[in-house]
Design a protein around this ligand. Sequence first.
Ligand code: 13P
Length: 256
Amino acid sequence: MAIRKKIIAGNWKMNKTSTEAKTLVPEIQEKLGKFDQAEVVICPPFTALQTASEALGTHSDIALGAQNMHQAASGAYTGEISAAMLRDLFCRYVILGHSERRQYFGETDALVNEKAKVALKANLRPIVCVGETLAEREGGKMEEVVVSQTKGSCAGFSEEDWNNVVIAYEPVWAIGTGKTATPAQAQEVHALIRKTLGEIAGKAVADKVRIQYGGSVKADNAKELLNQPDIDGALVGGASLDAASFVAIIKNGSEK
Ligand code: 13P
């Protein structure tokens, strides 16, 4: 059984200016201190990446990630950002297919898959998001949705690619609502995703790929969620905007 190092990422969404990032990043670093129990990632908006990158410095225990990218290498795509632009700012990760991108910007599994492959080629590690809506869950479609999003968004990755892929299970009904999936509910879906990975890429891949949970993760529920056997980390929204609460999640979530 592969040992999967926990990965806890903060998705700032459309919050924090570059000026605000200049104080928030050092605050997180100071509160976290030297830390190697889990991999920590922050994903500021594009406009704060440069500042965050400079504040983190070159040997930081905290990695930098972006929240989206365009699939083309360059060209006439007004308002878009390429993988190379993110790498140039020392981003290591990129969140792809977040439910807000799927819902408000029409992103499909096929597009998420295309972006993920471009990211991997550029040495960016995709955090591929999947998750069902409340209507889908209540309509008995949770399994179907999560399995088809996982298969569609992660189609055609090579063995080597899988070393650099993270999946995030974010039930849409738990995002920003204060309604967290119970640890048992989350574990059930994480196990389903891992089973699906086994089917599409084999047991070795299923054993090593990390699957984060996202949706109203807070300091007081992080430990119980992250102690589930198939939950390998968290993708934190609102609670990552405050240094104290983000660091409390990181520390509580890494406790055995
Ligand atoms: P919240 O933690 O604010 O519920 O957001 C979760 C999320 O969407 C992270 O990507």
